[in-house]
Design a binder for this molecule. Structure first.
Ligand SMILES: O=C(O)c1ccc[n+]([C@@H]2O[C@H](COP(=O)([O-])O)[C@@H](O)[C@H]2O)c1
Ligand SMILES: Cc1cc2nc[nH]c2cc1C
Length: 352
């Protein structure tokens, strides 16, 4: 299915199911709205899935791994070879996100969408669009066809996961250099100067940061991405990981599966997905506020507020997975708590 056909399948959320979930929250014997964003998240999932019986029991994190040509500009603290090493560690359960996912009863699905060498390992999904992207400071990251391929792949992956019974998908990524591409994508989509959207990534010095800002500026001048065309932005200054993740967000809306945004890289991908099709925002949930400075700008532009502010910036899907136990706790209250009526307390009817 091509992108346009997939996007035509997106229909508005079921407001009736959302209202039913809101009515359930409002009936629970506790101060109105007092679980804040947790209540909102359950209502959003109810509206997206068309049922106030919200189930998030079977969950996974899809971790998109890819290399980025822009690493050649010296914008990272470590070399590209780290991407492949960490990607293979995902298959052995030996990465931060794997440990957190075990605690959160979440499966980890590593995806090689463009790591610079061939990988092996159990459970690895391979959809390799290249051995790393082009260097965005010198030319485009990829062709438009490759970006469209990544988007279609992300959309169909969510469809397959839904068929396997997954009820929520956490996004994650691993790719040395992908904070540089995310900054370029965010600058292009939001029309912001490079210095406002560029941070230290996985640990740059102040000197390194100044050079990274110049590199993002150059990528924008060299490539002229069209801010009205999310596919163009991903192809010219994005990465295979970002484009695949944007596909996962689109897939969430197509297949009506909620998708958790992780940190800055996931948020930049979500922003691109929303530029391609604004309706997909309804399938997104923001998990945490990454310490990368532009994460707040990206989430703000999406109109989303994160559940967690913990100064995290690890990537891999760690923030998205960290939100799952919070959602479990929200659902425990939502399902198990007595109502005002049941414990015979008179409560004023809420205004809305
Ligand atoms: O999730 C985030 O907000 C985040 C912020 C900074 C760095 N990271 C991780 O660090 C890597 C990218 O950092 P860099 O400096 O190589 O661009 C990549 O593998 C990400 O998973 C992730
Ligand atoms: C070791 C390592 C693990 C990571 N996980 C996500 N980004 C990373 C960057 C490094 C350097």
């Amino acid at each position: 299915m091509n992108l346009e056909e997939a996007l035509r399948q997106i229909t508005p959320p079921d407001e009736r199911a959302g209202q039913e979930a809101k009515a359930r929250w409002d009936s629970i014997a506790k101060p109105l709205g007092s679980l804040g964003l947790l209540e909102e998240a359950v209502i959003r999932v109810a509206a997206l899935t068309g049922s106030a019986r919200v189930e998030l029991d079977k969950r996974c994190a899809t971790v998109f791994c890819a290399d980025n040509g822009v690493v050649a500009e010296g914008v990272t603290q470590t070399g590209s070879e780290v991407t492949a090493v960490v990607a293979e560690n995902f298959t052995r359960g030996d990465a931060s996100v794997c440990a957190m996912a075990r605690a959160a009863r979440c499966d980890v699905i590593p995806v090689d969408i463009g790591v610079a060498r061939d990988l092996s390992g159990e459970g690895l999904v391979v959809h390799k669009l290249g051995y790393g992207t082009g260097n965005i400071a010198r030319g485009p990251a990829m062709t438009r066809e490759q970006a469209l391929d990544a988007l279609s792949f992300g959309i169909s992956l969510v469809g397959e996961l839904k068929q396997k019974g997954y009820r929520i998908v956490a996004t994650g990524e691993m790719g040395i250099g992908n904070t540089t591409t995310s900054s370029a994508v965010t600058a292009a989509l939001l029309g912001l100067p490079a210095e406002e959207v560029t941070g230290r990534g996985a640990g740059l010095t102040s000197e390194g940061l100044a050079h990274k800002i110049k590199t993002v500026e150059r990528a924008l001048v060299v490539n002229h991405p069209d801010p009205n065309d999310g596919v163009d932005v991903l192809a010219k200054v994005g990465g295979f990981d970002l484009a695949g993740l944007a596909g996962v967000f689109l897939g969430g809306a197509v297949h009506r599966v909620p998708v958790l945004i992780d940190g800055f890289i996931s948020a930049a991908a979500a922003l691109a997905a929303a530029r391609i099709c604004p309706a997909v925002k309804k399938a997104m949930l923001a998990s945490h506020l990454s310490d990368e400075p532009a994460a707040a700008l990206a989430l703000g532009a999406l109109g989303l507020r994160p559940l967690i502010t913990a100064g995290m910036c690890l990537g891999e899907g760690t923030g998205a997975v960290a939100a799952l136990p919070l959602l479990d706790m929200a659902l425990a209250v939502y399902r198990e708590m007595s109502t005002f009526w049941e414990i015979e307390i008179d409560a004023y009817q809420p205004l809305s």
